[in-house]
Design a protein around this ligand. Structure first.
Ligand code: IMO
Ligand code: MG
Length: 459
């Protein structure tokens, strides 16, 4: 029997700490795709697409939502905040994009983020000594509830009221115990309100913590049903049919390798596995359907939140990169930490995700930074670690000292249209990266616009 698996899936994966410009490539690849999927994370992502002179920022919806001939699907691996879902749908509609079941579906298996899930995110950050610097969108606690098997899925919202109520009760039992009101009032036989006043007033005022009531949550569920009823679906049927026909599918990866819960900088990472396999798992697609895995990287590094970043530049260089690259969070508006390109991390990301080609963004930015920085750009190719040279990422990466190769900057008057037209210094920079990583660089981002890239055929 011949191979029944048609290779029709393109996976887009972030190679660094997120914000590499995955949205731009999802937009490019969705020109050929019939279906585009979001498969991990939730509205902790921030993907920007510039199309037809307009800038679109999405967090939860796949960025393909701006194309009405593409089916955008939020898959089982995603955690969905229905308020954000509704808000993004409305925002897009206000921009003249028509959204219906024909071009947007949400898996019945995706898990729901409630307001209390977001409170839990705040609460964990509040009590932790080593803070993660999460986006505070409730992503981690929602996945925790999912793993504890008390989560509520999109499809569960539509269960008969009694069945849903049992699930809601299970879900809020632990947070209510954690916040202590229930327990203490039960032990001390003191009214909850009084306990709240004595023990938690300050926390409550700061962070808005409260006891969660079944009735309130049931009411919210009713509201969420309205937001989701037109879009919920057993999406595995739609995806399965497309796979059978060999239709082009693109997975718009969110987050990135170094934020991966398995392979990233644990615990300063996100709570899903956004590597290629994790992204496929979140979609419900097996590895034999994959045609290509596109790793998206920037020509330098940036990071938001806590965690090790050994090529970070605290001084003027960091400022130059932030200014030239507009490195402020799409999701939280936080200024991103910036520093030199670290190829050791990316080499590992390539193995974990079996990356077949690389898309590099901000080649224009790093060239200008070089010119401003006394004509010097650095690339990290290895680390000093316990008095030896290594080229892997150890658990205690913060103890490593980066080893750098030096390059000169560049800029251009007229935008180059082909690889050959790029300045020589720029080509040397790209060639070095390619030789080191041994993966072809097929797209080179030369600006923020929709067409600001150079396509470089694989030779
Ligand atoms: P895109 O898809 C950059 C980071 C957060 C924080 C850590 C954990 O735009 O590349 P979480 O809210 O996920 O529990 O936060 O992960 N983080 C991202 N950083 N881009 C992202 O997504 C991110 N998603 C999560 O800043 O450090
Ligand atoms: Mg982001």
């Amino acid at each position: 029997m011949s191979n029944p698996f048609k290779r029709c899936v393109t996976v887009i994966v972030g190679m660094q700490w997120g914000d590499e410009g995955k949205g731009k490539y999802a937009h490019i690849f969705s020109k050929d795709a019939k279906i585009v999927l979001r498969t991990t994370g939730g509205n902790n992502a921030g993907h920007t697409v510039v199309a037809n002179g307009e800038k679109y920022a999405v967090h939860l919806l796949p960025s393909s939502i701006i194309r009405d001939d593409v089916k955008s699907i939020i898959c089982a691996g995603v955690v969905v905040d229905p308020e954000v879902f509704n808000q993004e749908v409305e925002e897009m509609q206000n921009k003249g994009i028509s959204i219906s079941r024909d071009n947007l579906l949400v898996s019945n298996r995706a898990h729901i983020i409630f307001p209390f899930t977001k409170d839990m995110d705040l609460y964990y950050e509040y009590i932790k000594v080593n803070k993660v610097g999460t986006t505070k969108r409730g992503i981690g606690p929602c996945y925790a509830d999912k793993m504890n098997r008390v989560g509520i899925r999109v499809g569960d919202l539509f269960l008969p009221r009694k069945e849903l109520e049992i699930k809601v009760r299970e879900l809020i039992k632990v947070p209510n115990i954690l916040f202590g009101y229930y327990r203490l009032s039960w032990i001390l036989k003191t009214p909850i309100r009084l306990l709240q006043k004595i023990f938690h007033k300050e926390i409550e005022e700061d962070l808005g913590f409260r006891r969660y009531r079944v009735d309130d949550l049931m009411q919210l569920c009713e509201q969420y049903k309205n937001y989701l009823k037109d879009f919920r679906s057993d999406v595995q049927i739609v995806i399965g049919n497309a796979l059978d026909k060999g239709e082009e599918i693109a997975i718009e990866g969110a987050q990135a390798h170094s934020l991966d819960i398995e392979h990233g900088d644990y615990p300063c990472c996100t709570s899903s596995a956004p590597n290629a396999s994790g992204s496929l798992s979140g979609a419900g697609i097996g590895p034999m359907y994959v045609k290509r895995v596109c790793g998206v990287m920037k020509a330098y590094c940036s990071r938001v939140g806590a965690g090790p970043f050994i090529t970070k530049e605290n001084g003027v260089v960091g400022d130059y990169i932030r200014e030239e690259g507009h490195e402020y969070g799409t999701t939280t508006g936080r200024p991103r930490d910036c520093g030199w390109l670290d190829l050791v991390h990316i080499k590992e990301a390539i193995k974990v995700s079996s990356v077949t080609e690389l898309c590099i963004n901000h080649i224009d930015t790093i060239g200008k930074v070089g010119l401003r920085n006394h004509n010097e750009i650095l690339i990290c190719f290895g680390y000093y670690y316990n008095s030896r040279e290594i080229s892997y990422v150890p658990l205690d990466i913060e103890k490593c000292i980066p080893m750098y190769e030096r390059f000169e900057g560049w800029s251009w008057e007229e935008k180059p249209k082909t690889y050959e037209e790029l300045p020589e210094n720029c080509k040397m920079y790209i060639q070095y990266i390619e030789n080191y990583l041994k993966v072809p660089i097929t797209y080179i981002g030369i600006g923020p616009g929709e067409n600001d890239y150079i396509r470089r055929p694989v030779v």
